[in-house]
Design a protein around this ligand. Structure first.
Ligand SMILES: Cc1ncc(COP(=O)(O)O)c(C=O)c1O
Ligand SMILES: N[C@@H](CCOP(=O)(O)O)C(=O)O
Length: 476
């Protein structure tokens, strides 16, 4: 069955090879690249079929185990998976429902912060805590968010003894619920920075912090964005559970995934590389459609970001696309360095015909503008009595574009709860989705936010002061 993996390599080919625990604590590779496993583990059809009907946490252990090798015991991994998925408010963790003859919706929003980010983050915080405690280390976690990763990270890391969490979000460009999930924890180890810029600016600062080696070493910097391989691997699990529920490995499936930073859909690609029979992975973009344009033209070109009702996807620089390009170029670090160098210099790069062909083997893409997104919310409410969030609606609209021609089951990833975006949902269908009871009080708690310029040096200064205070606290 599975090859046991021990090492990870950088997409840019110039960073040290690391094991799972180091990769998890490292964030961005020291050459600016992203870590990927040296070998893709393979599951036999029999192993995949064996996932049917099993509790989610058990499948999680099976899928994640080969990536961890012997660095974390199976018993510890199992215990952490049980704890992580006990925080979800649905017995199936990620339930699947049918909405049409060949259309299915995978609900990924039953975690504590109502978005798919909880699926990985609840496990990641436990894994990091476990490894840090074992090593007697403390870390400073920095995270860039367009709205959902930040809230999930705050819930997962608030109050943890061995980590400070600094969250960078674009000031004024996320929903009130998203912002409050980051600013109201009251935890001393959580710091929410509202950056005067967009998400790409926040992510640019985070990558800049990692590329400033002296700084990153001085504060023991870690990251919990999907640059962290452990985030991706935890997201691979639900591709297996949902496909198997629909007859895989005997039957092929498609996935339509609302996409921004390309982490979620890349997890689907990983599942495919591991042996899951996925026919197409369909990228669903809002008007910030850099990936859809790239798949059409082969030119990856950054344009102005537009604020939409699906703010978590208001992204131009789609971090994990680099991981896919690494695969599509035959794992050629030099080519990736050249492409990323061109992106940094001129805001664009051009894919060769061979690489574009390779990408199109597995992926296609569609886009939904604001009118189409709003229409999809309205249709879901009128036709099925379901309130869907705008990110899910983008994917539903894109999936609909394919409806008449495909009979392969298509699984649309529903990545957030409608109540996270009540204004957009109400504007589209006239009904305001209420927050679940466990979030009572969220909208009235006091907020702690620091507004900051889009300036890496200022953020560094802030993080250094947090790190110094933490060290003094430990010493005192
Ligand atoms: C609700 C929601 N849907 C979709 C996405 C896009 O996911 P990814 O960035 O992994 O492509 C995000 C942000 O990541 C999100 O928060
Ligand atoms: N849409 C995300 C952006 C960050 O993505 P990540 O998967 O790299 O953490 C968000 O909501 O923050």
């Amino acid at each position: 069955m599975e090859d046991r993996l021990t090492s990870y390599i950088s997409t840019r080919g110039e960073a040290p090879r690391l094991g799972f625990c180091d990769v998890m604590l490292t964030g961005l590779a020291r050459d600016g690249g992203l870590y990927v496993p040296e070998v893709w583990p393979q599951f036999s059809a029999e192993t995949i079929a064996g996932f049917f009907g099993r509790p989610y946490w058990e499948v999680a252990v099976e899928v994640i185990r080969p990536f961890v090798a012997d660095e974390i015991s199976e018993a510890d991994l199992g215990r952490m998976a049980v704890e992580a998925y006990a925080t979800f408010r649905h017995p199936a963790v990620v339930p699947l429902s049918q909405i049409g003859p060949h259309q299915f919706v995978l609900e990924l929003f039953h975690g504590p912060t109502l978005a798919f980010k909880d699926v990985a983050m609840q496990l990641l915080s436990r894994l990091m805590d476990h490894v840090l405690a074992k090593r007697g280390q403390r870390t400073t976690i920095v995270v860039a968010t367009s709205g959902d990763t930040g809230g999930a990270a705050v819930d997962a890391f608030a109050g943890r003894d061995n980590a400070d969490l600094i969250v960078l979000f674009p000031n004024g460009r996320i929903s009130d619920v998203q912002r409050r999930m980051m600013t109201t924890s009251g935890a001393a180890n959580v710091h929410a920075l509202a950056i005067e810029g967009n998400f790409d600016d926040c992510q640019g600062i985070v990558k800049g912090l990692f590329n400033h080696h002296k700084f990153r070493d001085s504060v023991s910097l870690s990251g919990v964005n999907s640059i962290n391989w452990a985030r991706i691997v935890a997201q691979v699990v639900y591709y297996f559970t949902s496909a198997v529920a629909l007859g895989a490995p005997a039957r092929e499936v498609d996935f339509t995934v609302p996409t921004g930073n390309f982490g979620d859909i890349f997890a689907g690609y990983v599942a495919k590389r591991m042996g899951l029979p996925v026919r197409r992975l369909r990228i669903a973009a809002n008007v910030n459609d850099i990936l859809a344009r790239t798949l059409k033209t082969g030119i990856y070109e950054v344009k102005q970001v537009h604020a939409t009702t699906s703010p978590s996807m208001d992204i131009q620089i789609s971090s994990n696309f680099e991981r896919l390009l690494f695969e599509a170029t035959g794992r050629d670090g030099a080519v990736i360095r050249a492409l990323m160098g061109s992106l940094a210099q001129s805001g664009r790069f051009v894919l060769s015909d061979a690489v574009l062909k390779q990408v199109r083997e597995d992926f296609d893409a569609g886009r939904a503008d604001e009118t189409e997104t709003s229409a999809a919310i309205r249709a879901a409410w009128r036709e099925a009595g379901e309130l869907v969030d705008p990110h899910t609606a983008v994917a539903l609209a894109v999936a609909d574009q394919d409806k008449p021609v495909s009979t392969v089951p298509n699984i649309v990833l529903s990545t957030a709860h409608a109540a996270k975006f009540p204004d957009a949902v109400e504007a589209a269908c006239g009904v305001r989705p209420p927050l679940p009871a466990w979030l009572d009080g969220l909208m009235t708690k006091s907020e702690h936010i620091q507004v900051m310029k889009n300036d890496q040096t200022e953020v560094e200064r802030f993080i250094l002061s947090v790190s110094r205070a933490a060290k003094q606290g430990v010493a005192g």
